[in-house]
Design a protein around this ligand. Sequence first.
Ligand SMILES: [Cu+2]
Length: 196
Amino acid sequence: MARNGLVYEYMFIAIIVAVLAGFISSLAYYSYALNVNPACEAIKADQQALEDIMQKAQTTPVVEKAEGVYEVYIVGRQFVWIPSTIVLEDPKQVTFYVATSDVIHGFEIAGTNVNFMVIPGYIAKFTWYPPKNAEGEYLILCNEYCGVGHQFMKATLIIERSQQALSTSGNSAPEILEYIAGLLSSTTGLALIPPS
Ligand SMILES: [Cu+2]
């Protein structure tokens, strides 16, 4: 009887080890072979780099590199985003550099595919290609519980469209397909090839 019990014990240990090995190797496969990774790039940052980004967030948070190409510097802190308002005019490509001066925060622009984690000691870099019809006020929130004032942690993104951009803003079918493909690849890592 006792020996039989031991056999079952070993059987269960073997099954559990096999299941764990399966999970861990599928994680490794997705991460390394298929390159399915968190949406943003995390750049290791020392104290100086974090002070620099704080300085930029407080003085010049929005830098227009070229027409419609922006770099935006933001710092999260219990329980605010600095700056609290970001205005972009006719953005085509927006690269966010986001850091935290205390705990982990989640940077999300509601209604878009911008959603990534901001980890202490790193600068999160994420490039967003706003759809042409993105316009008006967007809520930026913290989606990672960071303390008692978490629910007050928000900011506003305002996208302004000039008259000229508006007149060409009608999304054609290929553009919508492109947008969906971009969304799919940025959230799942899968490449969608539209039928030709
Ligand atoms: Cu937070």
